[in-house]
Design a protein around this ligand. Sequence first.
Ligand code: NAD
Length: 271
Amino acid sequence: MAKQFNRILITGAAGSLGTQLRRGLAPLADTLRLADRVEIEDVQPHEEAMVFDLADEAATIEATRDVDAIVHMGGAAVERPWQDVLDSSIRGSYHIYEGARKHGVKRIAYASSVHAIGFHKLTDHIDAQTPTRPDTLYGVSKCFVESLSSLYWDKFGIETVCVRIFSCFPEPADRRHLWSWLSFDDCVRLFSSALTAPSVGHTIVFGMSDNTVKPVDNSLAGHLGFQPQDSAEPFRAAVEARVPVADPMASATRCYGGAYVDFPHPDDEAQ
Ligand SMILES: NC(=O)c1ccc[n+]([C@@H]2O[C@H](COP(=O)([O-])OP(=O)(O)OC[C@H]3O[C@@H](n4cnc5c(N)ncnc54)[C@H](O)[C@@H]3O)[C@@H](O)[C@H]2O)c1
């Protein structure tokens, strides 16, 4: 793969998916700038690390200087108390987009989530034009950033691929993952496509592997050229032997968001 970028900024680079993308996107850029609020270990010669909180507007904007593209993975990665969702994901992502605008960054690949559309039912067979239907405050923050993506494309010409990641883990852990799983390697393929597809504007894509059960229509993201190569199918027998069948009428079974649709308000839970 030819190096297409001088420098790519990866936020949330110390996290699970950030670590995979450090590995997988290295062939695309001379330098990966790794950002997180926790220290990043084993910084390699082709990498540079910055430690700051996305809620820090000046530090976040500064981190976008001299970068050609941004892979934005940082922020609350599950349902969290409102203050963390607000500071890390909503304010933090706004700072990323402002940094991109001020420093002329032309392409962002954003880690959105299934939880932006979590209350839709699997039988709805949604596509990228189906309205959002978040299942948590976390999901609301993903919808907010998808709206930033739309605004900053229409008004400022900054392109974004919003990758609605479903379940990206080393292997499928439960029956829901048999349709929702995204392998780490397919995640790398998808973010590579998001960065290198010739023209993306404001694109929404569902991030899942080539699983046998496909409850969404990804055809509106065909221009990305993403072709998943892994499948949850080889794991099916082991998962079905280990995990009991869920109630088919339960909301958590019928909705894309799974258990998140039943989560309480996070601030009530914290009390
Ligand atoms: N793993 C999945 O299946 C999945 C599914 C849907 C969406 N996503 C999204 O992908 C992204 C990465 O997820 P992950 O599974 O690697 O989570 P993770 O928790 O392992 O990584 C998130 C990283 O973001 C950093 N971070 C959090 N708040 C920050 C802040 N205020 N300032 C700076 N850094 C901050 C954390 O320190 C962490 O290293 C998240 O945005 C998550 O919502 C992941």
